[in-house]
Design a binder for this molecule. Structure first.
Ligand code: 5AD
Ligand code: SF4
Length: 430
């Protein structure tokens, strides 16, 4: 172990909130005078982990093994949700130097110093949002930046570890968020994605909801696009739906996980919405913003899911026509109610259902992409493409668009969509 580390690498897994946290940890280490390096060479490697599915957890242990290959001994810090859920266990099993949970990572420099002195360095406390006040100011940011506004979850879906790893729902203060948004825009952000495990449950003490926050951010000069993720169907308020109609900077895209099309399974999942109430929410959203691109999350093979339940998921997909979606095999998580439910589904049944679901979702994604061909839209340029003169960016509907242009990273250009495929569009600057 290096007693005086000079270089760092942060590897984030899982959701966008982890990407945000990972960036902030990198900023903390840079503020200590350390420089970024490749994970295979850095003195300190932070693994910012995800606990949502079994595979994600196992990946942490194989990554630790890989980092120690060829006798290398970097300081290893395990952060994120696996750290929160399995703190002591990781220290025992993998002998890492530092374990730090998602609410405590502002203490990372202190913990590294402790570890360098040979002291135990484990911090999985959950103080309410104190970390935000202890993080350095934002410096270089990409044109599309994340901004965490809410953390935690009170919903307790029966399959999910989030309420245990990220704790109860907490909203950051209105003024702190607006300040950070302004700082991000000053540092070069053109688009902000507001993040939260249940971002649309954001509220301040005065009863204002996410729509008030979006309307306040809409007034920041220089900010061109606003997005938010991830939402719960039951927190789609009238105000938020109205914002999709009224706020020009709010992009026409909504990620609204449904998990299953069967109301019987939704009840067993403790989702507190039904197939019909979910469809009614989407009707209202589409009425407010007819061109909205819809996205969702699905779990196949939840305990007790019959072929008839699964057929309802497929019919829901047909009815909605998602622009894009994520789908997963159910993974039993220790400590969650579903892990001990009867009628766990055989892996081969899950595999087969996932294949059928993904075929339907891919078909709809390609159809959505093809339906944008011939349209004109704005594209936020995010990076260079593979070919000389080619740039890559995002459409308002979050599709990747490549085009030949002299525009620079961070520019918003008007484009005509000339062709579309399963995963991206080609545009011509106009
Ligand atoms: N097994 C499979 N998928 C899960 N998700 C959450 N918990 C589990 C689990 N135990 C999925 C849900 C959620 C997304 C972030 O991950 O679809 O919306
Ligand atoms: Fe997990 Fe459900 Fe909360 Fe989403 S709403 S984080 S799936 S418990």
């Amino acid at each position: 172990m290096s007693p005086n580390p000079k270089t760092y690498a942060v590897k984030s897994f899982g959701c966008q909130m982890n990407v945000y946290d990972g960036d902030r940890m990198a900023e903390l280490l840079a503020a200590q005078g350390m420089t970024a390096a490749d994970a295979n060479e850095a003195d300190v490697v932070v693994l910012n982990t995800c606990h949502i599915r079994e595979k994600a957890t196992e990946k942490v242990y194989s990554d630790i093994g890989r980092l120690r290959k060829d006798g290398r001994k970097p300081m290893i810090a395990v952060a994120g949700c696996v750290a929160q859920a399995e703190g002591e266990e990781i220290v025992r099993r993998a002998k890492v130097d530092v374990v730090v949970g998602p609410q405590a990572y502002h203490n990372l420099p202190d913990l590294l110093a402790k570890a360098a002195r040979g002291e135990a360095a484990l911090d999985t406390d959950m103080p309410v949002l104190s970390k935000f006040g202890h993080l350095p100011a934002r410096r270089r940011v990409p044109p599309s930046a994340f901004l965490t506004v809410q953390e935690g979850c009170d919903k307790f879906c029966t399959y999910c570890v989030v309420p245990y790893t990220r704790g109860a729902e907490v909203s950051r203060a209105f003024a702190a968020i607006v300040d950070e948004a302004e700082a991000l825009v000053d540092a070069g952000a053109k688009e902000l994605t507001l993040l939260g495990q249940n971002v649309n449950a954001w509220e301040d003490g005065d009863g204002r909801g996410l729509d008030s926050l979006i309307r306040a951010l809409d007034r920041i000069p220089g900010l061109q696009r606003i997005r938010y993720t991830t939402s719960h169907p039951n927190d789609m308020t009238e105000g938020l739906i109205d914002a999709h109609r009224d706020v020009g900077k709010l992009m026409p895209y909504l990620h609204l996980p449904v998990q299953s099309g069967s109301s019987r399974i939704l009840k067993a999942m403790n989702r507190s919405h039904t197939r019909d109430s979910y469809l009614r929410v989407l009707d209202k959203v589409r009425e407010a913003r007819p061109d909205i691109a819809l996205s969702g999350d699905f779990i196949v093979g939840f305990p007790g899911e019959t072929e008839a339940d699964f057929a309802e998921t497929l019919s829901l997909v047909d009815e909605i026509g998602y622009a894009q979606a994520y789908s997963f095999k159910y993974s039993p998580r220790p400590g969650t109610p579903a892990a001990t439910m009867p009628d766990q589904i055989a892996p081969e049944v899950m595999d087969e259902r996932l294949q059928r679901l993904q075929a339907a979702l891919n078909r709809d994604q390609e159809a959505f992409n093809l339906a944008t061909v011939g349209k004109r839209c704005s594209v936020l340029i995010e990076r260079k493409g593979k070919l000389p003169g080619q740039m890559l960016g995002k459409s308002p509907w979050l599709q990747s668009v490549h085009l030949m242009t002299e525009a620079a990273i961070g520019d918003v250009v008007e484009v005509e969509v000339v062709s579309g495929g399963p995963n991206s569009l080609a545009g011509a600057a106009s």
